[in-house]
Every structure is written in C-alpha cells, then in structure tokens.
Design a protein around this ligand. Structure first.
Ligand SMILES: *Cc1c(COP(=O)(O)O)cnc(C)c1O
Length: 381
C-alpha cells in the first residue's frame, strides 16, 4: 500500500450508516488464551463472562459426542421443531409463541430490527446490559437512558421503574429490562414489575431479559410466563448460555405473543441455530439435576465471595445472579491489571459507567480461592 492510499479515507466510509459510524463494538471478557498469549501467564482463571463453572451437563456432553460423530452435512431444522416442543411443554405455551435465537443476543437484535429505526427510541437503564445500546444504535434509533437508582438505594445502580415511566416519550417503541441486571446483579420486585407492565402503553414492546432467572431467589423471582397472557407487548428472553453452560453453542429464546414471534421470525436467519446447538439445548432441558447443582454451587460461592470481599473492606452490590459487582472506592483499572498479571480474568465495568467496580463471575471453590488470594496480593492486605 502506498502512502497516498493510506492517508485517504476509503470511499465506502461515506456510505456507512450514521448509527453504525458512532458505534463502539461490544467488549467481550478476555479469553483465557489471550491472557496466556499477552502476559505469558499459565493456567489462567476466567471469571469474566458469567459462564457456568461446572461446564455442561454430562448428558449434553454425551449427546454432542454422539451427534458430532454422525452426519453434519445437512442443514439443521430451521424451525427448531423439537427444541420448541420441549420449551412449549416446559412453559405451557404454544410453540408459535416461541422464537429461537443464536443466543438471546439474537432475540434482542430481532426486537431491534422489527421495532427500532430512525425516529424511534429504545428506553433502558444506565448501567444495563451493553447489547441494548448497541442494538438500538445500529438501527439508527435513539436511546433514552434512564438514570439508575442511587448508590444508597436497596438496589444500588439498579433499574428505577418510576424513572422508566417518567422517561417514556411518544417515540419509544421498545423498553429493555434486565432482571437481574448485568453488570450490577440487582433485581426488581415482581409486584413492582407487574404494575409497571400494566402501566406501559400497549404499543410499546417490553423485553424482559431473564438471562439469570435460575439463579434468583424463588421468593422474588417473577413468573413472567403468566404475565404474557395479560400483556401482549411483553417479550421474555431466556438463554442457554448461563445456567445450562452452553455459551459456546449460542442458543437463546423468546416467549411472546404469537404476532410478535411471527414478526421476529421474518428477520431471523433461516438457520440461526446450528444443529448441534439445538440438540444440546434439548438435552440440557432434560437435566434438571445439573441445573440444581449449578444453582446450589453458585448460591454458596456467591455468599462466600460476598462475605470475603466485604471483609476486605470492598463494596459489594446485592446480586441474584452468578456474578458480583465489587467496588473499590477508586479507579478499579489497576486492580483489574494486577489480577490479570496473576492469571485471574475479571470484567472491568468502566464501559458500563462504573469505573470503580469490577464484575466477578462466581467460579468453582478453587477458582474463587485463587481470585481472593490474588486480590489480597493486589490490595496489599
Ligand atoms: C449473558 C446475557 C445474555 C445472553 O447472552 P447469549 O449468550 O447471547 O444468550 C442476555 N442478556 C444478559 C443481561 C446477559 O447477561
């Protein structure tokens, strides 16, 4: 390439959509291999992407091994018939009201593609899941970002539903709610959520993103499935990436009104779920014991981490998910770096507007022990 070519902006840049031009890409948690490459750290521990530290159900593993030895040249079932049938049974809902996604990220994109565009707006909380602003902006829609609850609230930095209602504008066509929220771990009371849904104008789609539903305390966990009958504008998003441990395979789904499912199906890629992923998700639904084991481990280790972080004088946001947001009362970047140098990967929250916090996924007992030891070294305690 000569210098003249290097200096001149390529002509195609003139045609980039405005929303995309201003977009910053999603920053994923650092893969273990990358840390090993960058810092030469052996045996790194990754507690950065809220994956299941137990891996996947042994039943799913066995099914995948059998299936990957078989034919792979055929397209998968583009309708996901078998997985939908299982989900329909589980949620006691008609298959026509289920939409399968390549991760629930795909579901968020479908909603954005169907309901957002120039002249429309999506409403969501500050410090909410990073994909909401990305999906909104990529569509050229406006974002109405609702200030979060104050640090002193019972749900610090969590969703403020009164604030949501107050911020509603006529151009809002989608509301994104993460419950529990990522990256704060905070949650909403079912009664408050239900009242909010009852007050939202019926033409506004409300996406209730329940990626961490299984990890919630059953006492404060909503039964959003029941609400679907009353609120045809409600879309409930779930994923197989978290408690089921299938993050690498990419399967999520939505429960909604059949009309919303029909619209999402129009923008869905014909084969958005690969065949092995569909199979893995089906088998995962059969292994309830694995889910229970995963939840029990998470609850016990989350309590332990919370206790130990607090003993170190750190701020810990209340969490009903499989991660904790930990505050240091000062810029957390040096702590993040110190942990990386000790082979422990956690997630900075600067891009979420919380630069003094790190998000730590609850790991196995030994992983958490390693994290705590590294943290004590970094903090010099
Ligand atoms: C992890 C996560 C998802 C889903 O991720 P997928 O792997 O795409 O299913 C969705 N919403 C929130 C809030 C999450 O944290």
């Amino acid at each position: 390439m000569n210098d003249a070519m290097k200096d001149r902006a390529p002509a195609f840049l003139r045609n980039v959509l405005e929303g995309v031009r201003r977009l910053a890409p999603y920053e994923p948690g650092m893969p273990i291999e990358e840390l090993q490459r960058r810092l030469g750290v052996a045996e790194a521990v990754k507690l950065a992407s809220n994956e299941n530290p137990l891996g996947i159900s042994p039943k799913v593993r066995a099914a995948l091994e059998r299936a990957s030895a078989g034919p792979l040249e055929r397209y998968p079932d583009g309708s996901g018939f078998r997985l939908k049938r299982k989900l329909a049974e589980l949620h006691r809902i008609e298959p026509e009201r289920i939409t399968l996604g390549n991760g629930s990220n795909d579901i968020l994109e479908f909603v954005a593609r169907v309901f957002l565009g120039p002249g429309r707006a999506a409403l969501f909380s500050r410090h909410a899941f990073a994909v909401y602003p990305i999906a909104t902006q990529a569509q050229g829609a406006d974002a109405v970002v609702v200030p979060a609850l104050p640090a002193t609230s019972a749900q610090p930095y969590g969703h403020d539903l009164d604030g949501f209602a107050a911020a509603l504008r006529p151009d809002v066509s989608v509301i994104f709610i993460a419950n529990p929220n990522n990256p704060t771990g905070t949650w909403l009371q079912p009664g408050a959520l239900e009242r909010f849904l009852a007050d939202v104008p019926a033409h506004v789609i409300v996406v209730l993103d329940e990626a961490y539903w299984h990890y919630q305390d059953p006492a404060t966990r909503p039964d959003a499935r029941a609400w679907l009958e009353r609120f045809p504008n409600l879309v409930v998003a779930r994923t197989f990436s978290k408690v089921h441990g299938l993050a690498a395979l990419r399967v999520g789904y939505a429960l909604s009104h059949a009309g919303v499912a029909d619209l999402m199906n129009r923008v869905r890629q014909p084969f958005n779920n690969n065949g092995l992923a569909l199979l893995a998700a089906e088998v995962a639904l059969e292994d309830e014991a694995f889910v229970q084991r995963s939840v029990a481990l998470n609850t016990a280790q989350r309590e332990r981490l919370e206790r130990e972080f607090k003993a170190l004088g750190l701020i810990v946001l209340p969490s009903q998910a499989n991660f904790l947001a930990v505050g240091f009362g000062r810029d957390a970047a040096p702590v993040h770096q110190g942990l990386l140098e000790r082979g422990v990967i956690v997630r900075p929250m600067k891009s979420y507007g919380l630069p003094q916090f790190l998000r730590v996924t609850v790991g196995l007992d030994a992983e958490n022990t390693r994290l705590l030891a590294a943290l004590k070294e970094v903090l010099g305690t």
